[in-house]
Design a binder for this molecule. Structure first.
Ligand code: OGA
Ligand code: MN
Length: 229
């Protein structure tokens, strides 16, 4: 009997996951971004929340802008602190597995050619922000698409009130009008095309925890492999 119940519960979780993935895919086709409330399964969110709750300030580093050699810290642009995820804990493995399933789903459904994923925890203290930006720039003809293709953000803030601020503001493609404000509520999942969707993190009144990740398309050229991060 309990085996049967496990199977039914397992199937329901699988079905719920497929519905979330399908909503993301459909939204990406129609508008380049997707917001799914309660999109992160509790079995993924819960261990991540426990891990982030147990981290100290010293476990995070100031977030930078740009990649490798031109990586700089600019506190006028962003003030969050980050911690990269390498799969060292069970929580991180469960998260990476979920992201991998999303990657596989979107590749099958939308032929995106996503081939790798990198992600970090982010902590915004009260007053911290990240000004309007794109996560990646469209390749010019010479760079063969070595870039972030799809961005994924999710939040770990139980009991977040709208008066706590800290919304993610999503802009239209021209970067002129805010088309959606997303409160960083526990379990909300946001996915968008990294080169197409300008966005901004507005200052929060209290500590704000999130995970941000990027799926890459393979832009390697023989003498210049594209490194993660
Ligand atoms: C980012 C980012 C959004 C958020 O890390 O690039 O835009 O809501 N994060 O945390
Ligand atoms: Mn961003």
């Amino acid at each position: 009997m309990s085996a049967l119940i496990n199977e039914v519960v397992g199937n329901e979780a699988l079905l719920a996951e497929q519905l979330v993935f399908e909503q993301i895919a459909a939204d990406l086709v129609s508008q380049s971004w997707s917001v799914v409330l309660d999109g992160l399964p509790p079995a993924v969110a819960q261990p991540l929340f426990q891990q982030v709750r147990d981290l100290n300030d010293s476990d995070f580093d100031p977030a930078g802008i740009g990649r490798s050699q031109d990586h700089v810290h600019n506190s006028f642009v962003r003030r969050d602190q980050v911690r990269w995820i390498d799969g060292a804990t069970m929580a991180e493995q469960v998260w990476l597995d979920w992201a991998q399933r999303l990657q596989t789903y979107l590749n099958r459904r939308l032929f995106l050619g996503l081939f790798s994923f990198e992600s970090h925890f982010a902590h915004y203290g009260p007053g911290d922000f990240y000004k309007k930006h794109l996560d990646a720039f469209r390749p010019n003809g010479l760079e063969r698409g070595a870039r972030r293709e799809l961005s994924l953000v999710t939040y770990l803030n139980p009991g977040w009130e709208s008066s706590d601020g800290g919304e993610l503001a999503i802009y239209d493609a021209a970067g002129e009008q805010v088309v959606r404000r997303v409160s960083p509520v526990y379990g909300t999942v946001v996915v968008f095309l990294s080169t197409e969707v300008p966005h901004e993190v507005l200052p929060a009144m209290r500590d704000r925890y999130s995970l941000a990740g990027w799926f890459r398309v393979n832009g390697s050229v023989a003498d210049r492999p594209d490194p993660p991060q």
